[in-house]
Design a protein around this ligand. Structure first.
Ligand SMILES: [Zn+2]
Ligand SMILES: [Zn+2]
Length: 342
């Protein structure tokens, strides 16, 4: 089969490699689309702490089921359209026992520690696979994984109907969080984003926006929140100023969600967490429950319409280097998909 391989940092090429061999409990998917994630770009630059090369990246996949082996085989039929959660978990540690497979003690991730889906075929655990309902087309189904991140983040935040939300960072994940928060009943969602294109886009989707570089940013944000602060804030930017903004602008007893992967440890003002009784909470990838939730949420028309707008470009597999470059440097895009098989 053909697969895109990161041979070493900065070298991505399409090569002929053996098709994965499926063992008991595994399934083989013939990939239709794979989305380019920020993680894939980090991998290409050699910035991922635990990845080793050569490596086939890709974890935002949709395709057709070719083969399943073992117990789960009865639950599927070959030819079904499927998506799969990229989380490889042990099933035995405390986190796994609680259903929190995303924080498994020996967590491995498809496309980072195992062969990914920028390939004609990808192997996944059968129990992490879901059949895509007919109403969800292939491109939309390829958005299941990034949407699952947002579903997980919003669920963990404990957001309630009628509450207000601040999202710092209006990239693909920030936008998906805003979309899910709105679907979950948020009264108001404010997105703070540096890039004008992204602010304009978010505003066109009905979200309130703010430019964090303006001189009176804090005053404007206070005004937008009706002076009390937001019920829940999501830090998706991964910079020091963003976490301070979240802590400053979350109302008493509110929740600050830490979503971004940061390059260095970020100090926080524990005095403010104390005095406002804030909850500071991390959310990593998604558990299988949130992954399933994302596929279910895509059946809601308003969410599907919003999510579809985030698909900016679709590249042919042969143009994968260009796709990665656009995902990183494109000034007018959100999500990039790569068409692997027709
Ligand atoms: Zn991703
Ligand atoms: Zn585990």
């Amino acid at each position: 089969m053909l697969a895109a391989i990161i041979q070493k940092p900065e070298v991505l090429e399409i090569c002929e490699v053996p098709r994965p061999v499926v063992e008991d409990g595994e399934a083989l998917i013939r990939v239709f689309y794979t989305g380019v994630c920020g993680t894939d770009v980090h991998l290409l630059h050699g910035h991922h702490a635990t990845a080793t090369f050569p490596l086939i990246p890709g974890h935002e996949m949709v395709g057709e089921l070719v083969e399943v082996k073992g117990q789960e085989a009865g639950a599927f039929q070959s030819g079904q359209r499927v998506v799969a959660q990229e989380v490889l978990s042990c099933g035995r540690c405390t986190a796994c026992a609680k259903g929190e497979d995303n924080v498994c003690q020996s967590l491995q991730i498809i496309g980072i520690h195992a062969e990914g889906s920028f390939a004609e075929y990808v192997k996944v655990p059968a129990k992490k696979m879901l059949v895509v309902p007919d109403a969800i087309d292939d491109q939309l189904a390829a958005m299941t994984e990034p949407l699952a991140v947002a579903v997980h983040d919003v669920r963990l935040s404990g957001l309630k109907v009628g509450e207000t939300v601040l999202v710092i960072g209006g990239g693909p994940i920030g936008m998906l969080i805003a979309i899910v928060a709105r679907a979950a009943g948020a009264k108001q969602v404010v997105i703070s984003e540096i890039k004008k294109f992204r602010r304009d886009f978010a505003a066109s989707m009905g979200f309130d926006v703010i430019d964090p570089t303006i001189a009176d940013f804090d005053e404007k944000l206070t005004e937008l929140s009706g002076c009390e602060g937001f019920d829940v804030s999501f830090e998706v930017a991964g910079v020091k100023s963003a976490i301070s903004t979240c802590i400053d602008h979350t109302k008493c007893t509110g929740t600050v969600m830490v979503i971004a992967i940061t390059k260095e440890p970020i100090p926080v003002d524990t005095g403010k967490i104390f005095s406002k009784e804030l909850t500071l909470k991390g959310a990593r990838i998604h558990n299988f429950y949130s992954f399933k939730g994302a596929l279910e949420l895509l059946q809601m028309k308003s969410v599907a319409d919003d999510v579809r707008k985030l698909i900016s470009k679709v590249y042919r597999f042969s143009d994968i280097v260009e796709a990665f470059d656009y995902a990183e440097h494109g000034e007018d895009g959100f999500k990039v998909l790569v068409r692997i098989n027709e």
